[in-house]
Design a protein. Structure first.
Length: 344
């Protein structure tokens, strides 16, 4: 009997699971508050009392205590018998200087503006409109470009969210067969850096908007490849520089509606050599109800930017409409695959 009771308690009944799902949004709000108040940074030197933290963060001690206590229950902090709080290894990852860019990622993904867009999900499903434009009256990337700090934070967020992917992509494909690799829309060069670090033969070109690539030299120098990469500023909606052996689109195609994707792909096709390659790095959605992070990410794309994740057959169709042929899909040890295309 005791065994049966223990087994029945290992999972919630269906109605309780649904209720738990509906309350999950509280966690990102608490994490956002912790990141905005820099609580992890204030605890970096050691435990502090709530009164000390309240003085440092200009908050109300009693209310801050309740937030800290809730975060401690999630493993972010730990509380001792004197109600002093200290960092856990999980909480230490929320420091501004911690590897993995969790601090920037939380401030982006749990931000009021990101949440406001997500609240328009039902409207998007009903109308086909982008949730972000409904909430803010302008496209997501236009909104982003208005604030240089927001641009930098978003670039750091992409490093955080897709942190495991660059090394996995670099290991999955033989990039040494290319003389020059152009990362189109490559932001600060995180993906290109991983590829060139693993494959010493190719050179790289980083191509993105001026306000985006301004942070690239620091990252490239950190990886020791600044001498192997040239940086070119421009918009892939206006054209793509010619001359590379391979063109890389990492998490670009999923950002845009189909007509904009075709513009980008057509510019890449015109820039490609006759024997050139286009490498699209994205999540490729598996068929049926197979669990995959791309299926949840697809909802984010639908609401925020009007883009989408695709299946292999959907990529084949999109590429064909741009005069390209899907040659193969290479899985990696991460959630993304490399969709490789050549001229049709």
């Amino acid at each position: 009997m005791k065994t049966e009771q223990k087994k029945s308690g290992t999972s919630l009944p269906p109605h309780a699971q649904l209720i738990a799902m509906s309350t999950a949004y509280w966690m990102p709000r608490m994490l956002f508050a912790a990141a905005r108040l820099a609580l992890a940074d204030h605890l970096a030197a050691g435990p502090r009392s709530v009164d000390e933290l309240a003085d440092l963060t200009h908050t109300q001690p009693a209310f801050l205590y309740r937030l800290m206590r809730a975060l401690a229950s999630l493993g972010i902090f730990t509380e001792d018998v004197t109600q002093r709080f200290a960092l856990t290894p999980l909480g230490a990852a929320l420091r501004k200087d911690a590897p993995g860019a969790a601090h920037s990622s939380v401030l982006t993904l749990a931000s009021p503006w990101f949440m406001a867009a997500s609240e328009q999900l039902l409207h998007s499903v009903q109308t086909g409109d982008t949730g972000f434009e409904t909430a803010f009256g302008q496209p997501f990337f236009d909104y982003l470009a208005q604030d240089p700090e927001r641009v930098s934070r978003f670039s750091e967020t992409m490093v955080g969210v897709h942190g495991a992917e660059p090394a996995a992509v670099a290991a999955a494909c033989d990039f040494s067969r290319f003389g020059t690799i152009m990362d189109v829309g490559g932001a600060t060069g995180n993906m290109l850096a991983a590829i060139l670090t693993r494959h010493p033969q190719p050179r790289g070109v980083l191509f993105d908007m001026p306000q985006v690539v301004r942070d690239a030299p620091t990252l490239l120098k950190k990886h020791g490849i600044e001498q192997r990469v040239s940086i070119e500023a421009g918009s892939f909606f206006e054209g793509v520089p010619a001359g590379a052996d391979a063109y890389l689109l990492s998490h670009i195609i999923h950002d845009w509606p189909e007509d904009r994707c075709l513009t980008i792909l057509n510019h890449c096709r015109r820039a490609m050599k006759p024997d050139g390659h286009l490498l699209i790095i994205e999540t490729v959605i598996p068929p049926g109800d197979t669990p995959h992070p791309g299926k949840m990410q697809d909802i984010v794309m639908m609401v925020v930017s009007g883009g989408q994740e695709r299946t292999e057959s959907e990529y084949a169709g999109l590429l064909a409409r741009a005069g390209l042929r899907l040659s193969r899909v290479v899985p990696t040890a991460s959630a993304v695959s490399v969709v490789e295309a050549v001229l049709a």
